[in-house]
Design a binder for this molecule. Sequence first.
Ligand SMILES: *Cc1c(COP(=O)(O)O)cnc(C)c1O
Length: 472
Amino acid sequence: MSGCKGVKRMQYISTRGHSRPLGFADTLLTGLAPDGGLYLPNEWPRLTRETLEKLQGSDYGEIVLETLLPFVGEDFSRDELTRLIQDAYAQFRHPAICPLIQLAPHLHLLELFHGPTLAFKDFALQLVGRMFAHILEQRGRRVTIVGATSGDTGSAAIEAFRGLDSADIFILYPFGRVSEIQRRQMTVPDDENVHAIAVDGDFDACQALVKAMFNDEDFRHQYQLGAVNSINWARIVAQAAYYIAAGVTLGSPDRQVSFVVPTGNFGDIFAGYTAKRMGLPIDRLVVATNQNDILHRFLSSGHARINAVLPSISPSMDIQVSSNFERALFEASDRDAGCLRALMEQAQTGEMMIPGSTLHQLQEVYASGRASEQQTQDCMAVVLKETEQLVCPHSAVGIHVARSLRNETSSPLISLATAHPAKFPDAVQAATGMIPALPTDMQDLFDRKERIMRAPDDLRAVQSIIRERCDR
Ligand SMILES: *Cc1c(COP(=O)(O)O)cnc(C)c1O
């Protein structure tokens, strides 16, 4: 089906400008650009008003399809994509996939935790895993997925790739620093291609090991390493769909809406930006941070120093360097790759200062707020009292920030609930006195046998585990 009536094939360019543009499937398999940059579409496709109006009455799968089609070029046909989407979201536990519930006048909660591993990461990874498998099969290739996790990404990625013939998946997590549920979600799958490795170190150590493996050219090539961390463009675009779903539910395109997003690596909120560029009338995109508030400080002043990470009760947001923020900077600097290269070099010194015009453009798009540990706990208690809902600590960070903005916008605020409360039972119990129940189909998680594999914080040791497992 070549030359689709003059529609140009979508190409993806690097934020650092020194990698050649790729099509969708190659961007999917490549992840990080060879020049160290992140891929973005060379232009933003727009959904017409008629399409958005049509989506008001559509189910979630149709919304995902319309969101993805302009991005995939000829790498997936409409029928193939429809089938993958149907399979991906058939695993979810709620018929609405991402139900929108009202907490107060003008304040809504978008529940993104009904997927297999109870966090929003399932929305992207369930689909991206299937897209990987499809392309690999087409090309007769295999990959070795290697990733580091502070908890949620690892479990969602394992759930998405387990049992595939075309991929092995190795997830490095910090020993003793993930919740028991997160650990069990990674260690109980008994599929032969799943390998969860507990590293004697923290999350940064895990991430450094993964980076080092990608920088080892021979190793990377021999084992055909692939990555599914949140810099993968396909993950972002898959998430843009739930912004559109929530917007049309509340009356877009005729009504503006605003979103508050509990933020760590900036992937989720950049999906909101993508929806905005595609034509969803988004009034405000609000970055909500916990006490690790570097993004809030940066968006307020254009200047920030990178501090040590303070462990919090919302651990999936305990981040200082948000990799996807590079995409926002690229957009706000009018896609000036030279400027991005200079800024990223500056960031290596532990401090970053951006030009006034770039800050101004960032502030036109993003607002920000923070919640302290106490405010997060208080918010969980208030939400329970007012609405009888239990929310996870990450979701509570968002709701706290949303409540503080309630009188400042006329558009309805949609706060994203990024994980199920039962994934963080200790924090929820400490704040509310209630123990959140796991979905009934997951209650055997504590009875199933775990496979625990430990490794020292040492590149050679981890590489030899991977060699041994792949060369079987
Ligand atoms: C990953 C995660 C976040 C942060 O999302 P980013 O896309 O990294 O900004 C927030 N909450 C939960 C529960 C998560 O798992």
